[in-house]
Design a protein around this ligand. Sequence first.
Ligand SMILES: [Zn+2]
Length: 124
Amino acid sequence: MDDLSSFCCQNPDCSAYGLRGQDNLRVAFRYGRHQRRMLACRTCQHRFSERTGTALFGTRLPHAQALAVYQHLHDGCGVRQTARLTGVDKDTVVRYAAQAGTHARQSHDELVAFSPGNPRSPTR
Ligand SMILES: [Zn+2]
């Protein structure tokens, strides 16, 4: 049995959109050579990859190698150094870095939007 509690429906028109732990998701099937899970929402019948909404969505490198690219960038390695150490092309490193940056901005916006208001904030 797959633990899907960390996932949520990705359909903005669904009543369960963005809500985790609703028990509305199931594994529809597995796909690709890495056997990734295609999840389906029981509420709206929308299907989406388990990687939708993550920095790894659309990446084609093996999971461990993609994580190695992100880990090297996180540790402060430059693009060429990361490319050399992980064995991928420098353009791939740049593309992954841009994708991670977009994901980080979206995550920040989501987390800040739902964080408790700061009583000392000028906007309150
Ligand atoms: Zn849904």
